[in-house]
Design a protein around this ligand. Structure first.
Ligand code: ZN
Length: 283
């Protein structure tokens, strides 16, 4: 899991203006464009407010804009995953903080990106349906588990990958029960022996729990275990010693953390296996 960079080239209300400009009247609704243009003026102050809360990581203090049901419907109609402006935007923002394109959903690091999540749910705040800082590249599985929830005791329920800065410390751990080389019972959990600030650790805990990440990692684990076992066996058959293999794998994991994040579940699992005497004793 890595933080994402929300590198906007224009200000947020200009982005809404650009999306509105791509909309057309239809034969059934010939005043749509006029209504959308007038909504820009109405929404403008709330965009500045969002930008200010975003920059200080205080989004839970947002207040709702009073709007009619038809205005809500118009605002929600602005968002479409397939809208060309939003597609171009998604590609531009799907980069981590080192500007590397991330095709994998960073909410889970399991699935490919195939949706945009509204961090502040658009059903609760339709005015932010196309606020660019409110859109997070994600997978539909995470998006559908998140639903309209976003707060927990006035704090984020899920990590905001733009502004909740992930620690360079381990918080994801895995317990192993080694049965055979290719059959290991794994149980992922979060823990805080490295003293991550409580407020951030609380968000990390609810994020992993609410997105069902421990089970989703577990479901993916057998492929990783088989791949690691095969690679160790192949190195052993080439005459490399087990302690040397262990060191090489730990070094690789350490380097991979720079690209995949300090708590990428595949690295955490590999590190735990290669340091498990129960697992190593089977070679
Ligand atoms: Zn996901």
């Amino acid at each position: 899991m890595k933080n994402l960079k929300n590198n906007l080239s224009s200000n947020s209300i200009d982005f809404m203006r650009m999306v509105v400009s791509s909309m057309r009247n239809t034969a059934e609704d010939q005043t749509r464009k006029t209504r959308l243009l007038s909504l820009i003026t109405k929404v403008d102050p709330t965009y500045s407010n969002y930008d200010s809360k975003f920059s200080t990581n205080t989004l839970p203090l947002l207040t709702k804009l009073i709007i009619s049901a038809s205005e809500k419907s118009d605002l929600l109609s602005l968002y479409s995953y397939k809208n060309s402006k939003l597609t171009a935007f998604r590609r531009a923002i799907s980069t981590d903080t080192s500007s590397t394109y991330q095709a994998t959903c960073q909410y889970c690091t399991v699935n490919s990106v195939n949706s945009l999540d509204h961090f502040v749910p658009k059903d609760l705040f339709p005015e932010f349906s196309v606020h660019p800082s409110n859109l997070v590249p994600s997978c539909t599985e995470c998006n559908s588990k998140k639903l309209v929830r976003w707060l927990n005791n006035n704090q984020h329920l899920f990590l905001n990958l733009y502004i909740d800065l992930l620690p360079n410390k381990q918080y994801l751990f895995v317990e192993l029960n080694v049965i055979s080389l290719n059959k290991v019972d794994v149980n992922f959990k979060v823990d805080n022996p490295n003293n991550i600030p409580v407020q951030l650790y609380t968000i990390i805990t609810s994020h992993y729990t609410e997105l069902d990440l421990f089970q989703r990692f577990k479901d993916k684990s057998s492929d990783i275990i088989i791949e690691l076992t095969n690679s160790i066996q192949s190195s052993l058959s080439n005459g490399v010693s087990l302690p040397m293999i262990q060191q090489i794998i730990l070094d690789t994991c350490s380097r991979d953390k720079q690209h995949k994040g300090y708590n990428y579940y595949q690295i955490i699992l590999k590190e735990a296996l290669i340091q498990s005497s129960d697992y190593l004793s089977l070679f």
